[in-house]
Ligand binder design. Structure first.
Ligand code: BJ8
Length: 424
């Protein structure tokens, strides 16, 4: 019996299917990550977190639940304010939605032509494959794209789900609605945990989450160096782990890694030779274990220097103002900060185009890959506008539409190789 089998059985995990998933994941991880040359020592922390992702961290969650009576909140979107969750002494985790799971069962409940991320978020639950999902006392959804908000109705038949209403625009009236939603979530989490959120606990939580964002901001600045000191694959993994690990431990580890990167940069060392084409990824989020496109891209001779995505800069670009004195001040600061998230679900969403242009310049990108999950209307629609603006700035871009399957890997490779040749 494996060291976590008893825990997984108690969580009602489908053991044979889970074993199969872990084997595939392990092989995939070995090919994509461990095969890289000259990785930093600090990456061992991420290798450990990933290799133990369904073990060690889940055990910590279980212990926090059993010994300390803490609640676990699962999410699929960066709109759910982690600050409130932490301030109520609960734990927030991003849930697995980056691989095909339980597809056959899912397609009996939601349309086939739904994006892979949505199918996956329902599929992991139906297939009993994710111990994080099974550890959740509550899953907090949001009314972002139509597919997602309807899928939460389906997920709600199998798990405790609570939905935050995210407005579609960002006017002053929308701000009022969003503030009310933040207060509603605050009350919900207070009721669930029995803990009242105070100015002191909220301020502390704001600092914790801001520090996490600042650590990734620091990492992103270091990636601008030439030669590039860290692969896009590793940087994506860091962003992904930020949704699972304890926030303070994660921040400390990322800062350690940044110290090592600074040393590497000072010695003029990089993971790819000088002059390697630098690409920015832009678009839909890449949830664990969705590593396909970065792997294909870096195997095609490019290096990824940034991710304009919710598993990337969209999640860390803006900080929450830390100067609030009262809970209401801080709720206002949360309202403002979260409404700056330039998700394609908003209309209009011109800030996103500006942010992509700024990021392409800041990262000195030679080109942009617009990553779009098949059937994702919001990002597919914005692709055209983004492409036009990039063209005006003479930044080459290419739209890549794909899903979680591996059937198109060769075809993607051919297209990306041609793009890399072009931007050289
Ligand atoms: S804030 S990007 S995490 S909603 S890929 S499910 S949009 S059809 S994920 Fe997202 Fe929050 Fe926005 Fe970020 Fe729909 Fe598109 Fe699928 Fe998507």
């Amino acid at each position: 019996m494996g060291k976590y089998d008893e825990m997984w059985e108690k969580l009602n995990i489908d053991m044979p299917a889970h074993e199969g998933l872990m084997a595939v994941l392990g092989k995939f991880y070995g090919d994509i990550y461990l095969s890289q040359q000259g990785r930093l020592q600090g990456m061992e922390y991420l290798d450990l977190v990933l290799s133990e992702i369904h073990g060690l961290r889940v055990r910590e969650l279980q212990e926090a639940k059993q010994k300390e009576g803490r609640k676990v909140i699962g999410t699929f979107c960066v709109f759910v304010p982690e600050e409130l969750t932490i301030a109520a002494n609960a734990i927030q985790v991003g849930l697995c939605s980056g691989a095909d799971a339980g597809k056959e069962e899912v397609e009996k409940l939601i349309p086939r032509n739904t994006c892979a991320l949505i199918k996956s978020l329902v599929g992991f639950k139906l297939a009993h494959l994710c111990p994080f999902t099974e550890s959740c006392d509550l899953i907090v959804g949001e009314t972002t794209c139509d597919g997602k908000k309807k899928a939460y109705e389906t997920l709600g038949e199998f798990a405790p789900v609570y939905v935050m209403e995210v407005p579609q625009c960002t006017s002053e009236d929308d701000k009022v609605l969003w503030k009310a939603e933040i207060i509603r979530y605050k009350e919900k989490i207070e009721e669930m945990t029995g803990n009242t959120i105070t100015a002191e606990s909220l301020k502390k939580a704001i600092v914790i989450v801001n520090n996490k964002r600042k650590a990734i901001q620091r990492l992103n600045k270091l990636r601008v160096a030439e030669p590039v000191p860290i692969s896009g694959r590793d940087a994506l993994l860091i962003n992904q782990m930020g949704f699972y690990d304890d926030p303070e431990r994660f921040t400390a580890q990322v800062n350690l890694l940044c110290d090592q990167l600074e040393e590497k940069i000072a010695k003029g060392e990089g993971v790819a030779p000088k002059g390697t084409p630098r690409l920015l990824m832009s678009g839909c989020p890449m949830a664990v274990p969705n590593w396909k496109l970065p792997y294909v891209t870096e195997s095609a001779g490019a290096i990824i220097v940034g991710e304009e995505s919710c598993v990337g800069t969209r999640n860390i670009r803006d900080l929450v103002d830390e100067n609030g004195k009262t809970v209401d001040d801080m709720i206002n600061a949360l309202t403002d900060r979260y409404l700056k998230i330039d998700c394609a679900c908003f209309t209009p969403n011109t800030e996103r185009v500006d942010n992509i242009l700024d990021l392409a310049k800041a990262t000195k990108a030679d080109g942009v890959l617009q990553y779009t999950l098949m059937f994702c209307q919001p990002y597919a629609q914005e692709n055209f506008r983004v492409e036009k603006s990039l063209r005006q700035e003479e930044i080459p871009s290419m739209i890549v539409e794909t899903d979680y399957g591996m059937e198109d890997v060769e075809q993607l490779k051919t297209r990306i190789e041609a793009f890399v040749e072009m931007v050289k």
